[in-house]
Design a protein around this ligand. Structure first.
Ligand code: ADE
Length: 244
């Protein structure tokens, strides 16, 4: 699965994932929109099997925590070797360690990463990684939410999916990115399609009116209502007036 770009080869958006479980990739990233973009070469994916950089006959990647306590910690020297190997092939991408301790993954961060050359992602396992390698290799820590996963791989996939769909050419002109959730700091308004009536529930009359101004106003009001109900924190964080 590891195919690093050749020197001089144009690689629109390159992802390397450092993991103990390379067989998890591309997994769900190999299907649908993001999978088609991968096949089309709009982004490229290389996995770096951390085990190959392990120490000794058993290729040890972890050890007991200094100071005692439960679980195992991934070794700084092993991870540094894996990072340095991957960096040799793609030197200029930001390096992110997926961790529940990190800054939250937001639509803004996904867009920021999509605008860059790609990402290098470290997916941890066990109790975490030796703190020194985070500092020594300048890793940015990113969390996908306030819960603990058994490893960073699924978090890495979430980040990749969120960024890849924003790359130029991934989403066609017909499918708009403009009006989805978080655009303008609001959740998305409700959507309806045929049939006109479903189990006694009708499509809101205004959507069938053909009055585009009224429809836009209704959608805006619904987006504000839903956001206020479900995510008042988003309302609080919004600028008072949206730039038009
Ligand atoms: N690894 C384990 N839990 C995580 C989370 N919530 N976000 C990112 N990486 C993780």
């Amino acid at each position: 699965m590891a195919h690093f770009p050749e020197k001089g080869e144009r690689t629109p958006w390159h992802v390397s994932v450092l993991t103990l479980f390379p067989e998890m990739f591309p997994g769900p990233l190999g299907v649908s929109l993001v999978g088609q973009a991968l096949e089309a070469g709009l982004w490229t994916l290389a996995t770096v099997p951390i085990r190959e950089f392990g120490i000794g006959r058993h290729r040890a990647v972890d050890d007991t925590p200094a100071g005692g306590g439960a679980g195992m910690v991934m070794r700084a020297d092993v991870l540094a070797a894996a990072v340095d190997h991957a960096r040799g092939a793609v030197p200029d991408v930001p390096l992110i360690y997926l961790s529940p301790r990190g800054e939250p993954l937001t639509q803004k961060l996904a867009a920021e990463l999509a605008a860059g050359p790609g990402v290098m992602l470290l997916a941890g396992r066990f109790e975490g990684v030796d703190e020194r390698v985070i500092a020594a290799r300048g890793m940015r820590e990113v969390s996908i939410g306030d819960y603990v996963l058994s490893g960073g791989e699924i978090a890495a996939m979430v980040l990749i999916d969120a960024a890849v769909r924003l790359l130029p050419g991934v989403i066609g002109a017909a499918e708009s990115l403009g009006e989805e959730s978080f655009e303008g700091g609001l959740l998305e308004y409700p959507q309806y399609t045929k049939p006109r009536e479903f189990e006694g529930r009708a499509i809101p009359e205004v959507l069938l009116s053909g009055d585009h101004k009224k429809i836009a106003e209704w959608r805006r009001a619904e987006a504000e209502r839903i956001t206020a109900e479900r995510r008042p924190d988003l309302i609080a964080g919004r600028p008072a007036k949206r730039p038009s």
